[in-house]
Design a protein around this ligand. Structure first.
Ligand SMILES: NC(=O)c1ccc[n+]([C@@H]2O[C@H](COP(=O)([O-])OP(=O)(O)OC[C@H]3O[C@@H](n4cnc5c(N)ncnc54)[C@H](O)[C@@H]3O)[C@@H](O)[C@H]2O)c1
Length: 254
């Protein structure tokens, strides 16, 4: 997969930024979609160019239909319909138990992490019309199935994302459009700001990971590039875990 057009959401930070750079290294045209921080998006675009790709930055709020439509239209005017969508935009769990969670907290998470996946997938597909041979990747989480107290909003959103990905996979298979979910465990990004800043805290968490360390966003990006490539041509509707074994530890202590 070289020279295609890739749309990456949440590309100004963390896993999205790493994906943008990794696709840049394949020589791709990368649309860096960002939420609010245009400066950070600019840094991501610079990294794409430094890696050998082309880049533009476009603002997009994935929870807003008009914003998603406008952003994809901007990309299409520049480069035509995209070949790959990597949807990495997302919010972390609120950490609030259901009995204390407001409807606004619940909706904000679901709107971003689940409805955002619906809106970006739909606009990607309608932008391509009947053209086949494309790839959609959603950055889900091991919390799609490994639940945590205080994470009902996030776990419900990512669990729903599993069903969205699987449904899309069978709907779009006749056009050879592959749709997969990447399920990271603990990755050192701003979403894990405390673990990045506090080594003692990070090591405590890493003790639960069989491989003994948190993951790097570049490791998730390598998986995304593989899944978007022809080497992964028979993989669709899959949930690929990348967590150093963390999710295998669920029953420990039971
Ligand atoms: N870091 C981890 O440990 C981890 C683990 C599992 C899954 N994930 C998932 O990976 C994805 C990327 O997370 P990250 O770790 O890179 O975090 P991050 O906070 O660095 O990046 C998330 C990005 O999403 C953007 N965003 C938030 N709301 C948005 C909206 N409404 N519209 C558009 N963009 C929006 C943010 O501005 C941010 O740039 C998320 O979906 C997250 O749930 C992360």
């Amino acid at each position: 997969m070289t020279g295609g057009t890739i749309i990456v959401t949440g590309a100004e930070s963390g896993i999205g930024a790493a994906c943008a750079a990794a696709f840049g290294a394949t020589g791709a045209r990368v649309a860096v979609l960002y939420f609010a921080d245009a400066t950070a998006a600019g840094h991501s675009a610079d990294a794409v160019r430094a890696a050998g790709g082309e880049a533009i930055t476009v603002q997009a709020h994935v929870d807003d239909e008009a914003s998603v439509d406008a952003a994809f239209a901007t990309v299409e005017r520049q480069w035509g319909p995209a070949d790959v969508l990597v949807n990495s935009a997302g919010l972390n769990m609120t950490g609030v138990n259901v009995r204390d969670m407001t409807l606004a907290q619940w909706r904000r998470l679901l709107d971003t992490d689940l409805t955002g996946a619906f809106l970006t997938s739909r606009r990607f597909l309608t932008g391509r019309g009947e053209a086949g041979d494309a790839v959609i990747l959603h950055i889900s989480s091991i919390h799609a199935y490994a639940v945590r107290a205080g994470g009902a909003d996030y776990c419900a959103a990512k669990g729903g994302l599993t069903n969205l990905v699987e449904t899309l996979a069978i709907e779009e298979a006749p056009r050879r459009i592959r749709v997969n979910a990447i399920e990271p465990g603990m990755i050192l990004t701003p979403m894990n700001a405390r673990a990045q800043a506090d080594e003692t805290y990070r090591r405590t968490l890493e003790n639960n990971i069989p491989l003994g360390r948190a993951g790097a966003p570049e490791e998730v990006a390598d998986l995304a590039v593989f899944l978007a490539s022809d080497k992964a041509r028979y993989i669709t509707g899959a949930r690929i875990v990348i967590d150093g074994g963390l999710s295998l530890m669920q029953a420990i202590g039971a």
